[in-house]
Write a protein that binds this ligand. Structure first.
Ligand SMILES: NC(=O)c1ccc[n+]([C@@H]2O[C@H](COP(=O)([O-])OP(=O)(O)OC[C@H]3O[C@@H](n4cnc5c(N)ncnc54)[C@H](OP(=O)(O)O)[C@@H]3O)[C@@H](O)[C@H]2O)c1
Length: 243
């Protein structure tokens, strides 16, 4: 039986992605801070005949969460795919330091801690598939959530580094960076500036398909690839006027 671990699977995209993998016959390891939501999801997966393993963890607590991820990998006898999806994304246009610091602690430091354990696991086996959930927000800085956008630029760049590393190591490891546009989830529940917003189910279906195809990059939904192209090219004077 193939297996996947999804870091950040209690709600939104991660939850739907766990269900996609379970329906495809994968044993699913699910982690997040809220244990009750994880237990409900595990029950749902098991009711459909699947296998689920839960692990409560806060990825901002790096020492503890790295050990817990290693423990989960041991319990599951390894994983073929590991997805680091957990992140926070709050509006911080008033440059609230607590929000900015927490965003960096989860989306940058926590992400890197999880990526390190996952990649060590795959490098030891010389095979595997590591997936990071970045964002279209990482394409260019923005005033509404400066740390969030920068944290996603970090994720995209970090994954590029990992891809370079596995190619040089000649290991059979796939690295996929997923860049969603707007998706309707608890993270965006208060965002009234959304357009082209996909449901979490649709986003998860497209992410799952991109992983199955071992794609190096995927925009979710696909039309956001055009937006990324535009975002990277419009001159600063125009960007600063319209965003
Ligand atoms: N929604 C969008 O429009 C959108 C667009 C682009 C990219 N994304 C990215 O997609 C991913 C999923 O976001 P979503 O929209 O599905 O949001 P969400 O529903 O808020 O899900 C975030 C997940 O991350 C977990 N998480 C947050 N902080 C954590 C921590 N410190 N330790 C462990 N787990 C933590 C949450 O679980 P607990 O709270 O239970 O810990 C939850 O399971 C994120 O990486 C986000 O940046 C979303």
């Amino acid at each position: 039986m193939k297996s996947v671990i999804i870091i950040g699977a209690s709600t939104g995209i991660g939850r739907e992605l766990a269900l996609e993998f379970a329906r495809a016959g994968f044993a699913v390891g699910i982690t997040a801070r809220r244990g009750e939501l994880l237990r409900q999801l595990a029950q749902e997966i098991e009711a459909q005949g699947g296998r689920a393993f839960t692990q409560v963890m806060d990825i901002a607590e790096t020492q503890v969460s790295m050990q817990l991820l290693e423990g989960l990998l041991e319990t599951m006898d390894g994983a073929d795919v590991i997805v680091v999806n957990a992140a926070i994304g709050e509006n911080s246009k008033d440059l609230n330091w607590e929000k900015e610091a927490q965003t960096i602690a989860v989306n940058v430091t926590g992400f890197t801690a999880m990526a390190t354990v996952a990649m060590q696991h795959f490098l030891n086996r010389r095979q595997g598939h590591f997936v990071g959930i970045s964002s279209i927000a990482g394409e260019r800085g923005n005033r509404l959530a400066p740390a969030y956008a920068a944290s996603k630029a970090f994720v995209s760049n970090y994954l590029q580094g990992l891809r370079n590393l596995v190619v040089k190591n000649d290991a059979n490891i796939t690295i996929t960076v997923i860049k969603p546009g707007f998706v309707k989830t608890p993270m965006t529940a208060n965002n009234d500036r959304m357009f082209w917003a996909a449901s979490a189910e649709k986003a998860a279906r497209q992410i799952f398909a991109a992983i199955q195809r071992k794609r190096p990059h995927a925009y979710i939904t696909r039309r956001w690839g055009i937006m990324a192209w535009v975002l990277r090219r419009i001159p600063d004077w125009l960007y600063n006027r319209i965003v």
